[in-house]
Design a protein around this ligand. Structure first.
Ligand SMILES: [Zn+2]
Length: 844
């Protein structure tokens, strides 16, 4: 065993011993980039037989059941290159002109698509266009001497056009006249008509498109695969009273007969076909400018439904700052002519990054009250970042989609870190990881992956969250400057082109001079992630603090990972000891010699390492960490660990201290959750009552109210009733459910007070519906009936109907009343209401 010592802090000698239990080889464990600090150790032998567990030791049973192990149904995939589905085209589309008219009632698109074509050197005798659910009226080819009819065959979405044998040029114009039926089979693909006022008063009349991955072929014939770039002219003939929105710039508006108008949108720079998009409807808009230091400008446009025109700044106001962040950190100017954002009704995704023309879900349309609990920041940043990652540099095929989605998702986190600090970044990372870990219980696949049958399958948490966190891991390992240098190199090398994860790796290598093959291999080309069983604690028998780390993912066939991790040991009356150690074995013991009383040890300080970690350590240490750690996530995780421990007064006291005094809402909310398990404890309940009414964060107030659901404290009813007037919709919703659960006798009277509130995301409406279902009384049915008006949003109406169905089951005495209310809804205008009503009535 080779041991190095060093002086640390006020003369305290600290000894770090790393025992490589499994591999048994000597290994340098210090940060290779930090050679000016004395080297730390290295030890070849397995843990010494004298290291017996003492009473204060962490549990030393290596075979203890691991709580994070997935069940046996877990599927682990390889890259599956053999299923690679890359398509190769025999022609190039240089420019596309679309002329579109609409039949709002029958959901039809009448179009002429004119493509400027250049044939490949192979001089194909026919070329293929994708176009689903269309009637093709005719195809014409014009090679310069006038348009002539071309022969074509159309079946199963393939338009095969014969190239005339006597054509003298390889470049020509090809026009396809067609009628598209994008909603023919009840589908919502490519283009969607939102049926407005005539048939459905709860909705505006709109059209919007969503092309990714291969759905634009439902509204215009094209080569629908992300391997060809073309410029666009889109002409939309729309009712005079409506506005249009599309890629590029609105260059003219031409009045037509019958109250129509043709809007001409021009997209100068070539981009991928799936990024062509438009929307039509009634919107309010605002133009602003992003002005750079050199005076150059990016025009910005914000669109909302008219009811939200006063909230435009609340919704989109951060856009210029986001642009500034991306331009200055990526060091590549915004690549397109302008940037526009629009919110549309019933959008099938959160947002879609169409070049210069992002379309967003109407959920972004919120108000000041909703802003207490919600921000569209991450979504807006994600779509804006795609203008560089996805639109400017594009994934060569869907197997590399993480190039677009991972980078766009990671930019959300990079922005939070730059503008709102380390703790905002930690929360984003924590939440992304939880989401991916959840999916990883079902399957684990390499981020670069060809095992899909339909490209929709790659839109999962591996492509988004895992890739984003793997990029965060890369930044952690190579540092901020190297990370952004690598991204800049990548954009400069591949701007205007398609690329792969392999290209990204090479750009990083050439920008930083670092060999990253091992990093990319384990994070991008192999399934899984580090799943660590860590037991930590002070061993009084040998005077060391020890972290025993075991990579449990190897149990289900995922390889051992190599990674750095920050560890810390905090002492009473002495400076803390901090070290970044490198782990590359299945089992590793990090042992730190100590003199003085240890308060707690912390593995993965600041949560930089992307790993699933189950850390066990003495309860005394978790209590101390919850109270003292300057790392917000460290305090949060300590509270999480304490909820698993046997309840004691000491745990309760630290949770009370945190809920009332912690500087960060994320920790206060976690402490409130923990206190919920002390429902019979007067001190705990009093702290929650204070937090529920006084905390400045709506998230803490809401969690405190939920944690009070089980309390028998008599003042809770008053707290819940007061909270019905809270400024946060979520707090109001939580109180409504609390009242119906704990105080059913008087709940209906209180619920009536908030029954007419219209809230963002229908939070309050849906909570009153849930509360009514819990009450299951005749009065509750009356409350629910108020939500059935046809002008109410569809999801509110169908939730009310489902609640009535549930009441009919729990309280059959009310069946007669419910039948009467629901019988007229069997033929309702809203599909989901019809379905719910029929289901409920069939059960009664
Ligand atoms: Zn995206």
């Amino acid at each position: 065993m080779k041991i190095f010592t060093r002086l640390h802090g006020a003369g305290l000698a600290i000894l770090l011993i790393v025992v490589m239990g499994a591999c048994g080889s000597f290994k340098e464990l210090n940060d290779p980039d930090n050679q000016d600090t004395p080297a730390t150790f290295v030890a070849a032998t397995p843990a010494s037989p004298t290291m017996q567990a003492s009473p204060e030791s962490p549990p030393a049973d290596p075979d203890s059941t691991f709580a994070l192990a997935p069940d046996s149904n877990l599927v682990i995939y390889g890259v599956e290159e053999s299923k690679k589905v890359t398509r190769v085209s025999s022609y190039d589309i240089l420019h596309t002109e679309l002329d579109l008219r609409f039949d709002f009632e029958k959901h039809r698109v009448f179009g002429v698509a004119t493509h400027r074509i250049r044939l490949s050197d192979s001089s194909p005798s026919s070329i293929l266009f994708d176009g689903r659910d269309m009637d093709i009226d005719g195809v014409q080819i014009d090679s310069g001497s006038g348009a002539g009819k071309a022969r074509f065959k159309y079946s199963d979405g393939d338009i095969v056009v014969a190239i005339p044998r006597d054509i003298e040029t390889s470049e020509f114009e090809l026009s396809i006249s067609y009628t598209a039926h994008p909603m023919r089979n009840g589908q919502k693909k490519g283009l969607y008509f939102v049926d407005g006022s005539m048939t459905d008063p709860s909705r505006p009349t709109q059209i919007w498109t969503l092309g990714q991955p291969e759905d634009n072929q439902y509204w215009y014939p094209t080569w629908d695969y992300p391997s060809d770039r073309m410029s666009f002219d889109i002409r939309l003939t729309v009712p005079e009273a409506m506005q249009s929105f599309a890629n590029g710039t609105l260059v003219s508006q031409q009045p037509q007969s019958e109250g129509l108008r043709t809007d001409h949108w021009q997209m100068n720079d070539a981009h991928l076909g799936y990024l062509a998009a438009f929307a039509v409807g009634n919107f309010s808009s605002e133009s602003v400018e992003f002005v750079r230091g050199d005076g150059s400008v990016v025009p910005l446009m914000y669109y909302v439904e008219p009811a939200y025109r006063h909230q435009i700044d609340l919704i989109y106001g951060e856009t210029p700052d986001m642009l500034e962040f991306l331009e200055s950190n990526l060091n590549v100017s915004y690549p397109w002519q302008n940037y526009k954002q629009i919110a549309v009704h019933d959008f099938a995704a959160g947002g879609m990054e169409n070049t210069t023309a992002t379309i967003l879900s109407d959920r972004v349309q919120h108000d000041d009250r909703a802003a207490l609990d919600y921000s569209p920041r991450d979504l807006l940043m994600h779509e804006l970042a795609h203008q560089w990652f996805g639109n400017y540099v594009s994934a060569a095929d869907w197997g590399h989609l993480a190039l677009n989605e991972g980078l766009a998702s990671y930019m959300e986190e990079a922005y939070l870190l730059a503008r709102f600090g380390e703790e905002a970044k930690q929360i984003h990372a924590h939440e992304e990881r939880l989401e991916y870990f959840e999916e990883s219980k079902i399957f684990q696949r390499p981020i670069v992956w060809y095992g899909y049958d339909d490209p929709y399958e790659v839109y999962d948490d591996h492509t988004y969250e895992k890739a984003s966190q793997a990029l965060g891991q890369l930044r952690y390992e190579i540092g901020d400057d190297a990370f952004f240098r690598g991204l800049n190199q990548f954009l400069r090398e591949y701007g205007g082109m398609s690329a792969t994860i392999g290209n990204l790796e090479r750009s990083f290598t050439s920008a930083t001079g670092r060999e990253l093959a091992g990093f990319f291999s384990q994070w991008f080309y192999t399934a899984g992630h580090p799943v660590l069983d860590v037991s930590a604690g002070y061993r009084s028998d040998i005077g060391i603090y020890q972290f025993s780390v075991s990579q449990r993912q190897t149990d289900w066939g995922v390889p051992v990972f190599s990674f750095p991790v920050d560890v810390e040991v905090v002492f009473e009356n002495r400076p803390a000891y901090r070290e970044r150690v490198y782990i590359s074995s299945r089992d590793t013991t990090i042992a730190i010699g100590v003199a003085g009383r240890v308060l707690y040890g912390s593995f993965n300080r600041y949560g930089n390492l992307f790993a699933e970690i189950l850390e066990t350590k003495p309860t005394r240490e978790s209590i101390s960490q919850a109270a003292n750690d300057d790392d917000m996530l460290g305090r949060f995780k300590a509270l999480e660990a304490l909820e698993e421990a046997t309840p004691t007064d000491a745990i309760r006291d630290v949770a009370i201290d945190r809920v009332l005094n912690d500087g960060h809402y994320f920790v206060r909310a976690r402490a409130a959750e923990l206190l919920g398990t002390y429902a019979r404890d007067r001190k705990a309940m009093n702290a929650l009552i204070r937090a529920a009414s006084l905390d400045k964060s709506s998230k803490v107030r809401r969690q405190s109210i939920i944690s009070l659901y089980n309390s028998d404290n008599p003042s809770v009813e008053g707290i819940f009733v007061d909270a019905l007037a809270d400024s946060s919709y979520r707090v109001v919703g939580a109180s409504a459910i609390g009242l119906s659960t704990r105080f059913p006798q008087r709940a209906t009277t209180h619920l009536q007070q908030i029954a007419s509130v219209q809230s963002w995301g229908n939070i309050v409406e849906l909570a009153v519906i849930e509360a009514s279902q819990i009450l299951a009384t005749a009065d509750a049915i009356n409350l629910l009936t108020g939500y059935l008006d046809v002008a109410m949003p569809e999801r509110v109406r169908s939730a009310a109907v489902r609640a009535m169905g549930a009441i009919a089951e729990s309280n059959p005495e009310l069946n007669g009343t419910i039948k009467k209310v629901l019988k007229n809804l069997r033929q309702d205008v809203h599909v989901s209401v019809r379905v719910a009503a029929n289901e409920a009535l069939d059960r009664i």
